[in-house]
Design a protein around this ligand. Structure first.
Ligand code: FAD
Length: 525
């Protein structure tokens, strides 16, 4: 079927685009063609590789106006809340559970939008206070970085992996080791261009159409499709001093992490991970150029193996000859830390290589055929008081010797997040510290087939249910990047924020055209 010939109509009460690809039209005001294409295999696939919902068609828009045309057609219904086809924006498709898919609907591939990056510095001078980049929402963060570096600038807040789109991460939060200092990516946006579910193109910011601006940030693709974003920039250092230190006690590990995030004036990045086996050290060292001479005893007496931990922090090195070198900084900081001496290692790398470090791991996994495999991941935001319990809960489900992947654990400060955005955080009575707890598992098909993936997902569901229980001694954690199994779960997830989220939906996407893959607003309720 040649879908390029498909026409959409402005007055569409009788236009039906059904999931079985039945196309019934009774056109009145024809306003022009919307180019739809046959679905490709990737439109029903994502990084998680556990959900596959083929769409009816895909669209590769050339502009925000194209997206508006489509959304206007689909949302202008005589019967409110009864759309004919749902639409999912798809950036790089690195979702985990079909969030960028649209079963029987239309996937809008944002990579086809203009991806030019315009770097603006105040009055031609590179002063970080007024510097920003205007970027297409379909641009990958690595593309944004490459362009900004030409002007000696860079965004302040990152994700660990850069081959994600601007629109995709801004629809979630966008976090990495810089977020303790600058907040997540969603708090470092100055302006957005959004096509709402109604098909209206709106430029919004904290002072202009602010309801839409804050709704869309962390909004899981529910309110509009972001087509451009204005991102805050800072000076880019030429080099970064990257440091790793090892621990054998979770308590000391987290205590030192909290010490480090209390020093934003000295440090630019703080993360950490669990060292479950020799493989954890090898795989995490692919990009880290210093030789790590740490061969801990993991024990060999059955399943209860010894676990270690690694903190990594980084300092931007502007290589200024002001007598206060990065070495001196690192010495000062490490003197206050309680790692297993002498197991601290450090390396000087280019800023680009530091930010792009996960790419080397990706290449290595690709070579082993272990990148395009199922990824049953669990990502949580955990209040400080519950992080040790969550670690214990999780370790009850993990055989450290047989774990493929990484477990990241690092603290963030909730007061660096703008609470007007749609992102969901746990309540953090103890000082605003919450931990990111990310279980990033790969399922090697030679050892873990479909059933095994389902078992891992089920284990994660149980851990998440227990960890998210609030009150009565519960941890009160919140999941990040997860698709909840039902609307009731979504209500629990949003908690007191549900009414605001639902009101935003009713305002910006009343016909519920957008974001079917999240399963937040099913058409049947
Ligand atoms: P997609 O998967 O294409 O889309 C994600 C969601 O956003 C979907 O609901 C989609 O409909 C919606 N969406 C996409 N584009 C738009 C748009 N323009 N407007 C509105 N809605 C849109 N996250 C972190 O925070 N920190 C990390 O360090 C991190 N590392 C990762 C590493 C890897 C290897 C992977 C696979 C994921 C990682 N993530 C991380 C998660 C990642 O941020 C999210 O999965 C993000 O959504 C991926 O961006 P994408 O472009 O692939 O989005």
């Amino acid at each position: 079927m040649d879908l390029r010939a498909l026409y959409m109509y402005a007055a569409v009460p009788a236009l039906l685009l059904c999931s079985a690809a039945t196309f019934i039209q009774s056109p009145t005001d024809v306003f022009g063609p919307v180019d739809l294409l046959e679905p490709t295999p990737s439109s029903a696939r994502d990084f998680g590789a556990v959900v596959s919902d083929p769409p009816f068609a895909i669209m590769r828009p050339g502009s925000a106006a194209d997206v508006a045309l489509l959304l206007r057609a689909l949302s202008s219904s005589a019967k409110p809340r009864a759309p004919r086809a749902a639409v999912a924006a798809r950036g790089a498709g690195h979702s985990l559970q079909g969030q960028a898919q649209a079963r029987g609907g239309i996937v809008v591939e944002t990579r086809s939008l203009p991806r030019n990056v315009v770097v603006v510095t105040a009055g031609g001078e590179v002063t970080s206070a007024r510097a920003y980049a205007d970027v297409g929402a379909g641009a990958l963060w690595v593309e944004v970085l490459e362009e900004c570096l030409k002007a000696g600038m860079a965004p302040v807040s990152w994700t660990d992996y850069l081959y994600l789109t601007v629109g995709g991460t801004l629809s979630n939060a966008g976090i990495s080791g810089q977020a303790f200092k600058h907040g997540p990516q969603i708090t470092n946006v100055l302006q957005l261009e959004v096509v709402t579910g109604n098909g209206e193109i709106v430029t919004c910011s904290p002072t202009e159409s602010q309801d839409l601006f804050f709704a869309v940030l962390g909004g899981l693709g529910q309110f509009g499709i972001i087509t451009r974003a204005r991102i805050r920039l800072q000076h880019a250092p030429p080099k970064v001093r990257w440091v790793r230190a090892f621990y054998d006690s979770f308590e000391t590990f987290t205590k030192d992490q909290e010490l480090l995030i209390s020093m934003p004036e000295r440090l630019d990045y703080v993360e950490g991970f669990m060292v479950l086996n020799e493989h954890s050290i090898q795989s995490s060292s692919i990009a880290f150029p210093a030789h790590i001479d740490f061969s801990p005893d993991f024990g060999s007496d059955g399943s209860k193996k010894k676990v270690y931990y690694c903190i990594e922090f980084a300092v931007h090195d502007f290589q200024q000859d002001d007598g206060y070198t990065v070495d001196h900084f690192v010495e000062l900081v490490s003197g206050e830390m309680s790692y297993i001496r002498p197991h601290m290692y450090s390396a000087e790398v280019s800023y680009f290589d530091f930010l792009n470090r996960v790419r080397m791991e990706e290449e290595s996994l690709r070579m082993q055929g272990l990148w395009d495999v199922p990824h049953p991941w669990l990502n949580m935001f955990v209040p400080r008081h519950g992080v040790a319990r969550l670690k214990d809960l999780l370790m009850d489900t993990v055989l450290p010797g047989h774990f493929d992947g990484a477990i990241l654990v690092y603290p963030l400060l909730t007061d660096k997040w703008n609470k007007n955005t749609s992102a969901v955080l746990p309540s953090t009575p103890d000082g605003g510290v919450m931990y990111v707890f990310s279980v990033l598992r790969s399922a090697d098909p030679s050892r873990c087939g479909r059933r095994c993936v389902e078992e891992i997902l089920e284990q994660h569901r149980r851990v998440a249910d227990e960890a998210c229980r609030a009150g009565g001694g519960g941890i009160g954690a919140k999941q990040y990047l997860a698709r909840q199994p039902s609307q009731a779960h979504w209500r629990d997830h949003f908690g007191s924020g549900w009414d605001r989220f639902a009101a935003r939906k009713a305002r910006f996407d009343p016909v519920r055209v957008l974001g079917p893959g999240q399963g937040i607003f099913p058409w049947t309720d």
